[in-house]
Each structure stands twice: as structure tokens, then as C-alpha cells.
Ligand binder design. Structure first.
Ligand code: PMP
Length: 362
């Protein structure tokens, strides 16, 4: 038996063709590539967390997460009467939505502006949906006529809008989002992916009662808990009940549940860190804008997009300076020569700026 023919006979051709999601080993690097919160918790708090985790019953399957769900809804701005569904990161929620909307009788469509967060397309593909990407304008705003035309043509079951958008960092125009919601009517759902909400401080969450076809998705990752993997989404209760059927049992493990409860007890600290990062975003943007040959784009997220003369060379030189950022130059034509930098501590931002200056000079 040949393993090659075994794989050929079993694994889908489109799966065989793609590469696994690559996570670079960050050892020895200043890590500014993944939009993490650079601040760790104080030693005393870490010990308290350790105590809580020590008491968790890891010999049992996770209990229902109703308590955590209610707490998230109450403390993170979910409107009264609305519940949340929890996922192993918002990545899992994206996949749950795609799985629930993919059909066996015909191809269902997931539509998103591009460039966008790569998991929108991946989850659509793996669930068996068609992905339609509508290019953003050169200033990264939504091309509303093109979006509306694509909605009329493809009748997408799901439209994903990251708000603010990754990797461009901007918030889309509110009126444009409203028009998309109206155009979808009762044939499609609009998912506002608010992963970066702590840095944007603008949200569609309070507006859930206005739109039956609106889903708002968020995560604890960017707030400082990327390691525990907890995403949440809210929508009309009847819709959430449908998605809940697709959710794998026990998808939020006991350690994550306990760590999330702990984080909610100390939400003020995480919110202060987000405020610090917003301040540092302003400072880093200004410092970058002062560099000749660097274009800086406005950001409502915890990362900054810049354009340089030669992104590949600058990226390689930064790696040599032990700085890890994301080179987006090949992702999409509107991002030619663009690099994305996660906003970090003043020390790490300064180290990055020094390395960037050196990289641009030689
Ligand atoms: N949505 C967007 C727009 C993102 O940029 C990311 C992470 N890069 C995610 C979702 C995934 O978040 P999580 O860690 O909750 O899976």
C-alpha cells in the first residue's frame, strides 16, 4: 500500500493543496507579529490564577459554561436579552458559522472584503462554502457599490466584516455597514468581527436589537488572553441556538473557563493595559510618520500598517535585528510593500523603531 495513494484516495484535493497555518518560532525575537498584548499579569495575580487553576477538576469534562456565558454577557456590553456562544478562540466560532451555513443541496457563499483575516476564507473552504472576496478601495474603505453588487449576485449566507479590519487597521464606515445589513435582509447574516474592539472603542454590539441579521463576534485574545483561546459571539437568541447545535461538545476547556472567570474579576487591569496600548499606538504612529519613506495608515486596532519602498528587504533586515513583524506585501495588491506591526511596550516599540531606522538606512 502506498501512503501517497492512500492520501490521494481519502483527503480532499483542496485540503492537500493548502499549507498548514504557520506559526513562526519567536524564540529570541521581539514579537510584534500577532497582535498580542505584551503585558503579563503581576506576579501576585499570576499566583492567584495558579491557585484557581489548581482547584479545577481536570478529571471531569468541562461543566456547562452557563455561568461564564452570563458573566461575559453582563460585563462585556452584550445588550439585555442577548446571550453569547463561546468558542475555542473566535477562529472556532468562524468555523462553526461556516459549518452551519454550508449546504448539501447547493453551494452557499461566504463573502468578505479583501484583504481580510485569512480564516474567513479558510473556514469557508473547509466547510464547503464558496468564498467571494470583494477588493477594498485603495484607501482600504469598503467598495460599497461592489459589495452591494456582489451581495445581489451571490446571495451570500454570511458576510464577514472585521471591524476594525485586519490587516488594514481601519474601521469601515457605519453607514456602509448599515447598507450591507439592509441589502442582506433575510437572506444573509452579517458578522461584525470585533476582535480589536478594546482598541477601537466602537462597536455594533449595542445595535443588535436593531438588526435580526447582525452577529457580533469578539475575543479575549487581544485584551491579553490570547493563550487561553476564548472567543464569544452574540446574535438573536434563535440564531445562536442554531449555531449551538454545531458547536463541538466541551469546546471551552476547564482551564480556559477558570482563567476567563479570573480575567473578568480583573477586567479593570486589562482595560488599563488596552488604554496604555492605545496611547502607545498614537506615539508609535507619530514616530513612524516622521521617518522618510514610510507611509503610516491610521489604525483603530493594536497594530499599525505601514508602507515602505521595499517590504521584503526591510522585513528581512528586521529579522536580522531580531524583530518579528508581518510582511503583507504578497497578500493582496493593495498591500504591496506593506508591513504590519503590533503595538507593544514603549521599550519594544523603541527597539523596533531603532531597527527600522537602521534597516531603512543601510
Ligand atoms: N478575527 C480577526 C479579525 C483577527 O485578526 C483574529 C486574530 N488575528 C481573530 C479573529 C482570531 O481571534 P482568536 O484568537 O479569538 O481566535
Amino acid at each position: 500500500m502506498s501512503l501517497e495513494s492512500l492520501i490521494g484516495n481519502t483527503i480532499r484535493p483542496d485540503v492537500r493543496e493548502v499549507k498548514s497555518y504557520h506559526v513562526q518560532d519567536p524564540s529570541g525575537y521581539i514579537k510584534l507579529d500577532a497582535m498580542e498584548n505584551p503585558y503579563h499579569l503581576h506576579q501576585a495575580l499570576r499566583q492567584e490564577l495558579g491557585q484557581r487553576l489548581a482547584d479545577v477538576a481536570i478529571n471531569r469534562y468541562p461543566p456547562s459554561y452557563d455561568g461564564l456565558r452570563r458573566r461575559i454577557a453582563a460585563s462585556l456590553g452584550v445588550p439585555a436579552g442577548y446571550d453569547v456562544l463561546l468558542g475555542n478562540g473566535s477562529d472556532e466560532l468562524i468555523s462553526i458559522m461556516a459549518t452551519a451555513c454550508a449546504r448539501q443541496d447547493r453551494r452557499a457563499v461566504l463573502l468578505a472584503p479583501v484583504p481580510a483575516f485569512v480564516m474567513f476564507q479558510r473556514s469557508a473552504q473547509f466547510a464547503g462554502m464558496d468564498f467571494v472576496g470583494v477588493p477594498l478601495n485603495d484607501d482600504f474603505s469598503l467598495d460599497l457599490p461592489a459589495m452591494l453588487a456582489a451581495i445581489a449576485e451571490h446571495k451570500p449566507a454570511l458576510v464577514f466584516l472585521a471591524y476594525p479590519n485586519n490587516p488594514t487597521g481601519n474601521l469601515f464606515d457605519t453607514a456602509a455597514v448599515e447598507q450591507i445589513l439592509a441589502a442582506l435582509g433575510d437572506t444573509g447574516l452579517a458578522v461584525l468581527d470585533e476582535a480589536y474592539e478594546p482598541f477601537a472603542q466602537q462597536s455594533f454590539m449595542p445595535r443588535l436589537p436593531e438588526f435580526d441579521n447582525l452577529i457580533v463576534m469578539r475575543t479575549l485574545s487581544k485584551l491579553g488572553l490570547a493563550g487561553i483561546r476564548l472567543g464569544y459571539m452574540s446574535a438573536a437568541p434563535a440564531l445562536l441556538a442554531e449555531f449551538d447545535k454545531v458547536r463541538p461538545p466541551y469546546n471551552v476547556n476547564v482551564m480556559t473557563q477558570a482563567a476567563a472567570e479570573f480575567a473578568l474579576d480583573h477586567l479593570d487591569i486589562l482595560n488599563e493595559q488596552a488604554a496604555l496600548l492605545r496611547q502607545q499606538r498614537t506615539e508609535l504612529s507619530q514616530a513612524l510618520a516622521a521617518l522618510p519613506g514610510v507611509t503610516v495608515y491610521p489604525s483603530a486596532a493594536n497594530f499599525i500598517l505601514i508602507r515602505v519602498a521595499d517590504a521584503d528587504t526591510t522585513h528581512t533586515k528586521l529579522l536580522a535585528h531580531k524583530i518579528l513583524i508581518k510582511n503583507l506585501s504578497k497578500m493582496h495588491s493593495v498591500l504591496t510593500n506593506c508591513l504590519r506591526i503590533t503595538v507593544s511596550t514603549p521599550e519594544e516599540n523603541a527597539a523596533f523603531l531603532d531597527a527600522l531606522k537602521a534597516s531603512l538606512a543601510d
